[in-house]
Design a binder for this molecule. Sequence first.
Ligand SMILES: NC(=O)c1ccc[n+]([C@@H]2O[C@H](COP(=O)([O-])OP(=O)(O)OC[C@H]3O[C@@H](n4cnc5c(N)ncnc54)[C@H](O)[C@@H]3O)[C@@H](O)[C@H]2O)c1
Length: 274
Amino acid sequence: MFLNKRLSIYKNKKVLITGHNGFVGSWLTASFLKLKSKVFGISLKNQNKAYRFIVNKKNSNLVEFIQDINEFEKLDSIIKKIKPDFIFHLAAQPIVKIGYEHPLNTFKTNILGTSNVLKSILKNKIKNSVIVTSDKVYLNKENKKFFNENSEIGGDDIYSASKACTEIITRSFYLSFKEKFNHLDTVRAGNIIGGGDFGTNRLLPDIFNSFHLKKSLNIRSPHSIRPWQNVLDVINAYLLLPVYQKKRLKKFDFWNVGPDKKESNIRVIDIIEN
Ligand SMILES: NC(=O)c1ccc[n+]([C@@H]2O[C@H](COP(=O)([O-])OP(=O)(O)OC[C@H]3O[C@@H](n4cnc5c(N)ncnc54)[C@H](O)[C@@H]3O)[C@@H](O)[C@H]2O)c1
């Protein structure tokens, strides 16, 4: 799985992952355990059924905290105690539909919760941090052009707006306290697929559930083209960011992670039919 020898920088290092027991967080946690890091996870009580299949909870290199990132004092005291070498911030309300149902909670966790993480990163002088957002942070002008990192930030629905705000507040924290940050990145991936995704209103879990439960499948935009990517490819990209941070001149940067333009841009309907 890990082709890059530079990932050995993580061996015996303390890595804190927020959202460690979610779909992407589970694979990231398992990856760091494989790289022999000391892994600390902060999440809400686990609701993802796949976590226990992906992560060996008995691994002595794993320490878990059930903690809401919206509670700054408690979050900060955990981070202060651990003093991690690396923080990967994934904890979020990540579902578009839930954003419509619970807008305030989505804004709270994705904006204020992230602000708490950033404040604690600053306060505890954490050297390397990666803030996970989404490809939904961009303003969708419906002009079928590909987004690059300098495309305009927008976000029409609540979830997308909350993630666009995550980008803005991370940049603002950096610009406001530049000299206090060492390395900080935001990373924008989307349409992540792979084992262990039980998210509601996501295409592949919905397809499997409709087969399994013999229920009809409701698809909102069957002709939309999406850049699907495997969770392990996305994780490889996340892992490489801090590896190359040291070689970069910029202390703060933001990155898209996506598949090759030609290969993985597939219509929703083609995935269902195949
Ligand atoms: N899965 C995708 O396709 C996708 C695409 C783009 C971006 N992302 C981003 O990746 C990250 C992980 O997404 P996922 O698909 O693994 O989601 P998930 O729902 O499987 O996991 C979310 C994680 O966040 C934690 N969490 C939620 N609210 C919290 C709170 N208040 N305090 C502490 N922990 C909290 C949960 O306990 C869980 O561990 C999110 O930031 C999401 O926006 C995911």
